[in-house]
Write a protein that binds this ligand. Structure first.
Ligand SMILES: Cc1cc2nc3c(=O)[nH]c(=O)nc-3n(C[C@H](O)[C@H](O)[C@H](O)COP(=O)(O)O)c2cc1C
Length: 558
């Protein structure tokens, strides 16, 4: 343990003679994206062999640090899941709110805690609160907090197996996050920030170089839960993707060849913590010297690890190197292809999405009075990816409620103004009462579904979802596609992290919205270019980012 560093210092000034930061040229993101596409041919020419004898541990274990246990009783907020996932627009004049240890425990349990376990021939799977590709759980959570009720200021690692916290540093290190986020206001005024990291090998053991996409997906589903629980607890929350990577990684003392910070979430609000103008920030080199390494040993994940350099290249090229670069990075979502809700965004609203040219169907979501009121805690514990869908129809009300609630905005530093969205939702409808089967695009701003083509596409959906049965049997498959060109032009390589993370959050919200209505859902992977082709000409130029199938789950019916 060591003392916290001096007060936060950062600056927003730019000097003109800086070399061009690597994030700006998005070649690395394009290369990574192209190289990790799935296709009918790629899955046949690159068959995966899983060495179960070398399967990575699902937990990070520090050999010399004992976790202190957290309260295990789950407090019931009683807030309906369908309300909790529909985040409110951030209020500029926030009331002070800080979590106590019990609230911290609840946030961690319901986003990354072990909620079920199942024995199988090779051992035991510890399922966690949020869906995760392959149940490999590569996302670790850390806390950087001031003094909270029953939790002294420090840097902690969340240990899900023990449901405890391991203290890595003692004292208030929030200033480091203020500095590394270029003075992000939500971080500067947060009593607590959760830092999410992702561990390459834990997921790459199965998914190889495609794992970097999974970082966004799996971090995102976890954040959907975290944001919903924070909302239910009355804690303001903001997702922050812009930070100096090396500084945050050093604060946590992760081995950044193996594990990297991916997102931060500012939680709570304290107006007494003000953002002060500051002298020029420390250089990264200074920052790294000022924060001493910890050198805690951890148990190796596997006998040996396979490195996929493409991912580390993608990560390095999307890293931000100075507070100035971070401050310039965050901000307005690129115009041109984003869709916003005029009613929510007010006079600044701009709807740049092309208006529908085909037949449209208006969403008919259930009102607050009509909607199921199952509380968020119950719904998170009920969730579990559907393994078989009954080919029975869901109602247009149910589908509308899911789309409406899940797309009401995410508080994030790359989604500005609130309500902006990087991903566009395209649907293959198989069995929705009141909606003809066919392909649709969702007009987020108008709350309308535009029919692109009519017909029964179960076989096509099964094929697009990597030839699996689940997307063929679902009531509806929701594909996320994004135009990466304006995103990369605005956010550089790091736009790739943002678009994948947003997809995971939206996907996680759709999971919760389905289970709140006692329907089932599952994330799925897909044949990238075939998805774009299927929805073209409308989707021309866009890239496939995410897929979730929804329907009546055979298990939930029993
Ligand atoms: C983004 C994403 C993609 C997924 N892709 C598949 C898939 O292609 N096939 C599949 O059967 N399950 C898929 N899953 C489901 C995971 O296997 C499941 O989340 C994991 O086993 C954990 O179980 P749980 O969701 O029931 O908690 C996916 C989940 C996510 C979040």
């Amino acid at each position: 343990m060591e003392n916290p560093p001096p007060l936060p210092i950062y600056t927003c000034s730019m000097t003109s003679l800086q070399p061009m930061p690597p994030n700006i040229n998005a070649d690395a993101a394009w290369n990574y994206h192209e190289a990790t596409k799935h296709s009918y041919t790629s899955v046949r020419t690159n068959p995966r062999f899983l060495d179960f004898g070398n399967q990575p541990l699902p937990f990070k274990i520090y050999t010399s640090l004992e976790p202190s246990r957290m309260p295990t009783e789950v407090r019931q907020t009683g807030v309906a899941a369908l309300s909790a996932i529909a985040a409110r627009r951030p209020d500029p004049v926030q009331a002070n709110a800080a979590p106590d240890l019990e609230a911290v425990a609840q946030l961690l349990y319901l986003s990354a805690g072990i909620t079920r376990q199942r024995k199988y021939s090779g051992g035991e799977i510890y399922f966690r609160a949020a869906a995760c590709t392959g149940a490999l759980y590569e996302v670790e959570l850390y806390l950087v907090s001031g003094d909270l009720v029953n939790l002294p200021a420090g840097v902690y690692h969340f240990a899900p197996a023990e449901f405890g916290l391991r203290q890595l540093r003692t004292g208030d290190y929030r200033s480091v996050l203020v500095e590394t986020t270029g003075g992000e206001t939500a971080i500067a005024q947060a009593p607590l920030t959760v830092v999410c990291t992702a561990t390459y090998w834990r997921n790459a053991w199965k998914y190889q170089a495609r794992t970097y996409r999974h970082f966004g997906w799996d971090n995102g589903t976890l954040l959907a839960n975290l944001l919903a629980v924070a909302n239910a607890l009355g804690l303001p929350a903001k997702v922050v993707c812009g930070f100096v990577d090396a500084g945050v990684n050093r604060l946590l003392d992760v081995d950044s060849e193996r594990e990297v910070a991916f997102s931060l979430v500012a939680l709570g609000h304290d107006s007494r913590l003000s953002v002060r103008p500051a002298p020029p920030s420390r250089t990264v080199a200074r920052l790294l010297t000022d924060i001493s390494p910890l050198g805690f040993e951890t148990v190796p994940l596997s006998r040996n690890e396979i490195d996929y350099p493409l991912m580390r290249e993608m990560h390095a090229a999307s890293s931000l190197d100075s507070a100035e670069e971070v401050a310039a990075w965050r901000g307005d979502t690129p115009p041109g292809r984003t869709e916003m809700r005029p009613a929510e965004i007010g006079s600044a609203a701009k709807n740049d999405s092309p208006p529908p040219t085909g037949p449209v169907v208006q969403l008919t979501p259930l009102s607050d009075a009509e909607m199921p009121r199952d509380p968020i805690e119950q719904v998170i514990l009920r969730r579990g990816s559907s393994r078989q869908f009954a080919r029975t129809p869901i109602s247009l009300n149910q589908l509308s409620t899911m789309l409406d609630r899940a797309t009401r905005g995410i508080p994030a530093d790359f989604l500005n103004p609130f309500g902006s969205q990087l991903n566009h939702l395209y649907l293959i409808v198989h069995a929705v009462e009141g909606l003809e089967s066919g392909a649709y695009v969702f007009h987020h701003d108008r709350r309308q579904l535009e029919c692109l083509k009519r017909g029964s596409f179960r076989d096509e959906a099964g094929y697009l979802g990597l030839e699996q049965q689940l997307p063929a049997d679902a009531a509806v498959d929701i594909f996320f596609l994004a135009d990466l060109r304006p995103i990369f032009a605005r956010f550089g390589n790091r736009g790739y992290r943002a678009v994948q993370l947003e997809a995971g959050i939206l996907g996680g919200k759709l999971y919760l919205a389905a289970y709140a209505q006692r329907l089932g859902a599952t994330g799925l992977t897909f044949y990238d270019d075939d998805v774009t082709r299927f929805f073209s000409p409308h989707a021309e130029g866009k890239s496939a980012i995410f897929l979730i199938a929804v329907g009546e789950s055979v298990k939930l019916r029993q």
